[in-house]
Design a protein around this ligand. Structure first.
Ligand SMILES: [Zn+2]
Length: 109
């Protein structure tokens, strides 16, 4: 039986440039592609999500600007998440593996 932990244990990250997506391989064997644009718009940081009653980045202007969905770099944050730096320099979002898995599941539908 596959536990919930395996579903959110990221084994491998890769850039799929032709598809403009990030490929994630999970502990339960699933391989998912999360489009860069979907990943960028789902940035969980306070600026993008909004906080304390202030609207988020994409509430004001949903369109992506050049560079905003260019994945420049990714780095592991401990054993629970992924830091992402975008082409426009934005790098404050930390995507937990649980969150990435949910994005991956959504991208498959
Ligand atoms: Zn953000």
């Amino acid at each position: 039986m596959i536990s919930d932990d395996e579903r959110v244990r990221a084994l491998r990250f890769e850039y799929d440039e032709p598809a403009r997506a990030m490929l994630v391989e999970w502990g339960d064997g699933a391989v998912q592609r999360i489009p860069f644009a979907a990943l960028r718009k789902a940035c969980p940081c306070a600026v993008c999500k909004g906080e304390m009653g202030r609207p988020g980045r994409f509430d004001l202007r949903p369109e992506l600007s050049p560079g905003e969905d260019e994945l420049a770099d990714i780095n592991l944050i401990g054993n629970y998440g992924l830091g992402v730096r975008w082409g426009d320099g934005h790098d404050t979002g930390i995507y937990t593996f649980e969150y990435l898995r949910a994005l991956g599941d959504a991208a498959e539908q």
